[in-house]
Structures are given as structure tokens and as C-alpha cells.
Design a protein around this ligand. Structure first.
Ligand code: ADP
Ligand code: MG
Length: 470
């Protein structure tokens, strides 16, 4: 099997327009530092080709310019890029005759804002090279399954094991950092193991676009098409980036149809469902939704805790349960951030040689915890809000009465206390009329189950949660 992956590598992913904006900021600073004249002669002619999350590729119109820039202003450019680009490591300057850049190679590219970013230095889709670039951690074994992602997981595994496409295409969607890329890499790794002869391409939609526009420019669309159509499994990640690029959409549509018509598997991911993809042509949208649409829901407390336990094990460190619980209850935005938090705590404790506990966690993650929780919410706030909402008395909420009209708000209040405050399960139990921590745990589980299965119920919980955090 051969696998192709782009540079993205699950680090920082920037849209080309964001890259341009950041480069614009570097330019403003350089202009202020170097003066108008120097800026206009030496810096302005530089063009951004691409930022892969670590390395910025620029182009200069001649070798002379390139050398001059690097010897005279190289350090300044480097320092400013480091300040402004996230995760920046280095930059390179290629030589590129500018006249070619401003002249579209084909009429199709004229409207495409990405054309200036695509030049001949962009690496070929070299299959062997890219195999190594698949993230080795993104396997099925390392994927923690929970209610929010079980469908996406099962469908992915099914595809990876199947001889012929069980459903085609598979459309995987969900918010940022919920595991789409992880599942796609896992499919690629698994196929490599069980069907080594199959040809797989994994590529970001952005890379697909670069390659396509580049092929147009070099009038080489035939081999482009061959390359993409002559494979068993095509995975295109983050397809929302194709929105609005008419010619790329057109080509994508044809490639896509050709593969599906020949019974080759296509897997697409996006941050929205096919019907919500804006700027996407209607026939493409509807075709995307033809096969299996598997969505990944926002994480639950339970899944977050499971992921943290698995990751802590993988890091071979012992992290106390209350610390994991704190992270799982407070860092709810996405898994990437959750993982980042755990890594920070572990790195900190290794460096300073202090053991991991609740206090060090609070110290190390002060900024993160604050941004996930702008105002400290108290258990009293929660109890009050929930009682108002359901029109029950606080004394009833704290009592041992077991009527449904009371147990429902009580369970929800406990659940909200768990996810919105840093209090431990025993502490929450105490504040709810001296209940045991297992009762609290049971309530949290129960609410999550009901939220997953009962839309009205989950709306209520969401309304309450919002009214507390806003
Ligand atoms: P997306 O592509 O949806 O934005 P990623 O696949 O890049 O998200 O996932 C972000 C991070 O979270 C990765 O490091 C990934 O390994 C991790 N991750 C996501 N879901 C899971 C899961 N269910 N189990 C373990 N790790 C996960
Ligand atoms: Mg991704």
C-alpha cells in the first residue's frame, strides 16, 4: 500500500487566507523596522507559497534578491515570523520568476485566489515519502470509543477491513479536535496491515486543491487525474476548504464520481454535515451525502475521562484520579486541548521534579482552566438555577425524596456541578444533602445517557448549562 499525507500533521492548521494575514502582519512590522524604501525593494517582492504548520515557504524573483534578503534581513524575518506564526520553526526562500505568478496559466485559475500560492517547489505527492508522515499514534488501538464517536469508529473499522466498499462514500463530520483525522489515519494504518496491496491516498482538501491548481498551471491535468483516480481508497480531509473554489469543486466532483462508479472507496471529512456545507455546489453536496454519513458528537465527561486515562497510560505516568477528573470536567472544548493540558502537566512535573496533584495542575493550567471557565460557578448557583427552572424547592432538591419531579432536577444539578465546577464527586455529594459519591457518579452517567437519547431532555440541560456559563 502507499499512503499520501500532507504536511499538516495535525499540528496547527492554517487556511491560506490566514497565512496571508499573518505574513501581512510580519510585513507591517518589517516596514516599520526597515523603512519604506528598503521594504519596497527587498521585502515586498517576497511572496508566500505555503505554511505547513512549521515551515514557511517564500519565493523571491531572483537569486540575487534571495541571497540579499537572507544575508541582510534574514534574522529579522526569522524573528518576526517566530513571533507571529504559531509553531514556526524555519522559513525557506525559493526562486521564482514573478511574471509567471501574475499571469494565470489557464483561464480556469483566474478566479482562484490560491493560485499565487502554488508553484513548482511544492512537493510531488511522493507516495513512499508520505507513508512515514502518517501519525503513528493515530491508530484504532489508540482510539477511545464512547457514545459520541461509536458510529464513526465502527464505520471506519468496517471500511478498513472490507474487501469492497461497504458504503460509499463515507462522510465523517464533527467539530474541531474530535477525532476525524485520527480515524482517517487509523483506516490507512489498518489497511496497510490487512490489505497491503491496496493503494491509499490520504490528503487534505487544501493539498488536493494545491495539486489541482498546480496541474492546471502546468497543463498537466491528465496525470493529475490519473494519479487520483487510479487508487483504491481516497481520503480527503477537511473538505469544507473546497467550498467556493469552483474549478476545484468541479474536478473534485469528477474524481469522486469516477472513483465511486468504479467501486473504489472514498472517505471524506468535514466540520459540517453535507447539507450544511456552504459554498458547495448542490449536486456535490447531495452526492456527498449518498453513502454513510457518520457524525462525531461533542465529547461527554465519561469519554474525556477515558481518553485521559488512556493517554496517561501511554505516557507511562501516574496521574491521580482527581487530576484527571478535574481536566475532564473543565476542559470540554475538544480532545486536542484536553491532550495538550495533560501533556503540559506531565512535562512540567518531569522538568521540575514535582509530583502531579491538584495544586500543581491549577498552577500549570491556570490560563487554560480560566478560558474554559470564565467565571467560577458555584454549586449554589447551579442548584438555584435548576430549582427555578423546574419550579422545585432547594430543600426538596437536597432531601431524600424520590419522586420523579424532584429526582430529575436533582440529577441534572449534580451533573452540572460536575461539569461546571472543579468540585470532586464526594464534595458534590456532600453539598447535595450528604449523598455518597457513587450517587453523584450515577447521576452524571444517567444525565449523559438521557442527553444522548432524548432530544428534549438534552435541550433542557443545554439551556441550563448556557444560562450558567453566560
Ligand atoms: P479533528 O481531525 O476532528 O480536528 P483529530 O483527529 O486531529 O481531530 O484529533 C485531535 C486529537 O485528539 C488527536 O491527537 C487525536 O489523537 C485525539 N483524539 C480524538 N479523538 C480521540 C479518541 N476517541 N481517542 C483518543 N484520542 C482521540
Ligand atoms: Mg483534522
Amino acid at each position: 500500500m502507499s499512503v499520501v499525507q500532507d504536511h499538516e500533521d495535525c499540528q496547527v492548521f492554517l487556511h491560506p487566507s490566514q497565512v496571508q494575514t499573518l505574513w501581512g502582519q510580519v510585513c507591517v512590522r518589517l516596514k516599520a523596522d526597515l523603512g519604506e524604501a528598503v521594504f519596497t525593494s527587498w521585502i515586498e517582492p517576497l511572496k508566500v507559497i505555503v505554511y505547513d504548520g512549521r515551515c514557511l515557504q517564500l519565493s523571491a524573483p531572483s537569486r540575487f534578491m534571495k541571497d540579499r534578503i537572507q544575508t541582510q534581513y534574514g534574522e529579522k524575518v526569522f524573528d518576526l515570523c517566530q513571533e507571529i506564526f504559531p509553531n514556526f520553526e524555519d522559513y525557506t526562500v525559493a526562486i521564482k520568476a514573478m511574471s509567471k505568478d501574475v499571469e494565470p496559466a489557464s483561464e480556469h485559475t483566474r478566479v482562484d485566489p490560491f493560485q499565487n500560492q502554488v508553484i513548482d517547489t511544492i512537493t510531488e505527492l511522493d507516495e513512499e515519502d508520505y507513508t512515514a508522515a502518517l501519525d503513528v499514534r493515530f491508530t484504532f488501538e489508540n482510539f477511545v470509543i464512547g457514545k459520541p464517536n461509536e458510529l464513526a469508529y465502527a464505520a471506519s473499522l468496517r471500511i478498513a477491513e472490507a474487501e469492497t466498499p461497504p458504503f460509499n462514500p463515507m462522510f465523517l463530520y464533527g467539530g474541531v479536535g474530535l477525532g476525524k483525522t485520527h480515524l482517517m489515519h487509523a483506516i490507512a494504518w489498518h489497511i496497510k496491515k490487512v490489505h497491503p496491496k491496496k493503494k491509499v491516498i490520504y490528503v487534505s482538501a487544501e493539498k488536493f486543491m494545491y495539486e489541482f491548481v498546480r496541474a492546471l498551471r502546468f497543463k498537466d491535468t491528465v496525470s493529475f487525474k490519473e494519479r487520483f483516480r487510479n487508487i483504491d481508497i481516497l481520503m480527503i480531509d477537511d473538505v469544507q476548504f473546497i467550498s467556493g473554489k469552483d474549478t476545484t469543486q468541479e474536478e473534485f466532483f469528477h474524481t469522486f464520481n469516477a472513483l465511486i462508479d468504479n467501486n473504489h472507496q472514498v472517505i471524506i471529512s468535514a466540520d459540517k454535515s453535507p447539507s450544511d456545507l456552504e459554498g458547495m455546489e448542490e449536486r456535490l453536496r447531495s452526492r456527498l451525502g449518498w453513502g454513510l454519513v457518520a457524525d462525531i458528537h461533542p465529547t461527554t465527561y465519561e469519554l474525556r475521562l477515558g481518553i485521559l486515562q488512556t493517554k496517561a497510560e501511554a505516557l507511562k505516568v501516574v496521574v491521580p484520579m482527581d487530576v484527571l477528573e478535574l481536566l475532564a470536567s473543565r476542559i470540554t472544548s475538544n480532545i486536542r486541548e484536553l491532550e495538550g493540558a495533560l501533556n503540559r502537566i506531565v512535562a512540567h512535573s518531569t522538568l521540575v521534579g514535582r509530583k502531579i496533584d491538584i495544586d500543581t495542575t491549577h498552577d500549570v493550567l491556570r490560563d487554560l482552566l480560566r478560558s474554559n471557565d470564565r467565571r467560577a460557578i458555584t454549586i449554589e448557583d447551579i442548584q438555584q438555577k435548576v430549582c427555578d427552572y423546574y419550579n422545585v424547592k432547594i430543600s426538596d432538591l437536597l432531601s431524600t425524596r424520590r419522586m420523579q419531579v424532584i429526582t430529575k432536577p436533582r440529577q441534572i444539578a449534580m451533573y452540572l456541578s460536575k461539569i461546571l465546577t472543579p468540585k470532586s464527586l464526594p464534595e458534590i455529594g456532600r453539598r447535595f444533602g450528604g449523598r455518597d459519591h457513587t450517587t453523584v457518579m450515577h447521576s452524571v452517567k444517567r444525565v449523559e445517557e438521557l442527553c444522548a437519547n432524548d432530544r428534549e431532555y438534552s435541550n433542557d440541560v443545554e439551556v441550563l448549562r448556557r444560562s450558567l456559563i453566560l
